[in-house]
Design a protein. Structure first.
Length: 220
């Protein structure tokens, strides 16, 4: 099941480590290379840039919201997210600069990122749903069938429910992504060649099913 009680991680996933420190270090690296850069987002959003890859690595190449992994899903399925959406900031140069600061960015799958674009996160939810320090893992959990569910404490919280629905966290695709991660992790450590072969075949079947469901909106 989830490692360290974080619904985004399987037994085999590394845990997020000093995310904020790593992001600060990457921001300093970018500013050193490009002293005139104001909007950090513009330097990490391009998929073919070294900074994009370094940013993804901070999140272990996994969506900060649902845990889907870059590698099991194609690279075009991921992008850089604004935790506080751009509508939360003034439509000015200063506002865009603030929105594009490293501290406001997260690595996300397209489904989560585009689902939450219309959501304005305000206190206390900015802290409660913080993806960098793990607080979000106290709001959502995996059930025994690997679906993402809202934790009991927040079952009646309207904003949490809105967030959950907007990001499609209850979709079957979230379950399949997690199962894929679990199988991939087991495949990597398996020593028995026959078991490894069967795990590879199972993962291939699962990913084909998952890709079909992506076309149909994630519900089957």
């Amino acid at each position: 099941m989830a490692r360290d009680n974080d619904y985004r991680n399987t037994t085999y996933c590394p845990v997020l480590d000093k995310v904020e420190e790593q992001k600060n270090a990457l921001e300093k690296e970018i500013k050193l290379a490009f002293p005139r850069t104001k909007i950090i987002y513009n330097k990490v959003k391009e998929r073919n840039s070294e900074y994009h890859k370094k940013f993804a690595k901070i999140y272990n190449n996994k969506c900060a919201y649902c845990g889907a992994m870059w590698g099991l899903l194609p690279v075009e399925s991921f992008e850089v997210d604004h935790f506080f959406n751009e509508a939360s900031f003034p439509d000015t140069t200063a506002g865009r600069t603030e929105a594009g600061r490293m501290i406001n960015l997260a690595w996300a799958c397209i489904s989560c990122n585009r689902g939450k674009r219309g959501i304005t996160i305000k206190p206390p939810y900015d802290d409660l749903l913080n993806v960098d320090n793990g607080n979000i893992a106290t709001v959502f959990k995996r059930d025994e069938d690997y679906y993402i569910q809202i934790c009991d404490t927040y079952q009646d919280d309207e904003f949490v429910q809105q967030f959950y629905d907007a990001l499609h966290l209850g979709y079957e695709t979230r379950r399949l992504d997690y199962l894929g991660l679990q199988i991939e992790g087991k495949y990597q450590v398996e020593k028995d060649e026959e078991c490894k072969r069967k795990l590879g075949e199972t993962l291939s079947i699962l990913l084909k099913k998952r890709n079909r469901m992506a076309v149909t909106g994630g519900i089957q």
